[in-house]
Design a protein around this ligand. Sequence first.
Ligand SMILES: *Cc1c(COP(=O)(O)O)cnc(C)c1O
Length: 376
Amino acid sequence: MTKFPKKPQIYVTEPLLPPLDEFIPYLEQIWGNKWLTNSGPFHQQLEQALCDYLGVKYVSLFANGTLALVTALQALRITGEVITTPYSFVATAHSLLWNGIKPIFVDIDPVSLNIDPEKIEAAITPQTTAIMPVHCYGHPCDVERIQRIADNYGLKVIYDAAHAFGVQHYGGSVLNYGDLSVLSFHATKVFNTFEGGAIVCPDAKIKQRVDHLKNFGFVDEVTVVAPGINGKMNEISAAFGLLQLKYIDEALQKRKAIDARYREDLAGVKGIHCLADAGGEVANYAYFPILVRPEYPISRDALYQELRNNDIHARRYFYPLISDFPMYRDIPSAAQSNLPVARKIASEVICLPIYPALSNGQVDAIVKIIAGQPSR
Ligand SMILES: *Cc1c(COP(=O)(O)O)cnc(C)c1O
């Protein structure tokens, strides 16, 4: 077998991998019962375990978060126009295009970096059927205000909660807001199943519809009720999720400590702004974004490059804006003049490495590079 060289670089994230020997018994069970996919025993167990851990009613597992977003829109029969944020991963808006829906971009709030509820109403037209906000970096959206607007105009709300695993708001899971919430369990996320995702559903009926849609629309052996997709999670991914759940609290604690260390060490660095923390609620410390302001000695891109020169692969999440990609930029709401806040933040942001295995020494080395840049 070819051995891959171990990379010495520090990446923005590193997957949570429990000890390999603990995974072997799960594999032996799969080999033993020969049930590889289609709602097998591990799939069923993980759905229940996630309901319990997250504090939600129903979970439907998916092969990835993008298929879950596409299916969530179908499950609620969303059409026409959907109001969303340009400041996200491109899959948010792609899920709309895959359903023939027109994304309408609304600017973000300069503090939370989530969609600005103040600007949603002006974007509503007779074609608007839903709002798709993102809990960016796992920071909760203004869920109550968004719900009030949705209720006033008869709109659905689907949260792209890909960053929001384990996040709590007003004493409960943030995933309980809106009509549906969508998680991603991609390798780069706080909780991963290699690839994976889920739709959080408030009742059994909608969960059943979602379950049909992710299995080609099959209701039983001979009945197909919709042009559903193949979005099913396989047993190996589900088993891995179950094992990882045992380690997730420890991982979140480590993330919290890294977040605190960065904040403390970067506090005195002129021109570097750390986002406000998520307040008194349970956060997941999924990302550590900093904003590089004009007072900083060098540009954002120069700092990004300087980090790379030191084998530190930070990422400019989210730059470019979704609305700047070719398949979106001709939509009127994608105009730069419509999105001044998002545009400014996208030009300032860098997400620093944060993951459980990142050592204090590595955090200090990253901070030293950021704090040590001379003007040029
Ligand atoms: C990761 C991510 C997705 C896509 O999830 P996949 O599981 O990679 O398909 C969607 N939206 C946001 C905001 C994400 O960060």
